[in-house]
Design a binder for this molecule. Structure first.
Ligand SMILES: [Zn+2]
Length: 124
């Protein structure tokens, strides 16, 4: 499961950062997940729960914020949200990586990464 290895890296990074402070417990972790990562939110939650057992992060709440894909066109001046198609087989919407304005190639500006944006902790 792709989500487990991603979440394992996230949990390790947070725990490593936490070592620098005197932390009693972690209350909340906010994770931004871009649509282009194709990570399942439920699988991420499950992985988080399993991976944090016995650590400072155990019992903390994982908040997942979805980030839509934004792109910049290489041909025209368009920059903004791309269009999505409903994918029946995946029961989800899939971003189309073409310029909605002219159909040209685009650079991805947002939505391609998964990152921790905040961690709420209780200090000693
Ligand atoms: Zn364009």
């Amino acid at each position: 499961m792709h989500e487990v290895s991603i979440m394992s890296g996230v949990v390790d990074a947070i725990l490593c950062e936490m070592k620098k402070y005197e932390i009693v417990k972690v209350e909340e972790v906010v994770l931004v997940v871009g649509d282009l990562t194709f990570l399942g939110h439920e699988q991420l939650r499950f992985a988080f729960e399993v991976l944090t057992k016995g650590t400072l992060l155990e019992g903390s709440e994982l908040k997942i914020e979805r980030e839509e894909v934004r792109a910049a066109c290489l041909s025209c001046n368009f920059e903004g949200k791309v269009e999505y198609v409903e994918d029946e087989s995946f029961h989800s919407s899939v971003p189309i990586l073409l310029c909605p304005s002219c159909g040209g190639k685009v650079d991805i500006v947002e939505g391609g990464t998964c990152r921790v944006v905040s961690v709420k902790v209780v200090e000693k």
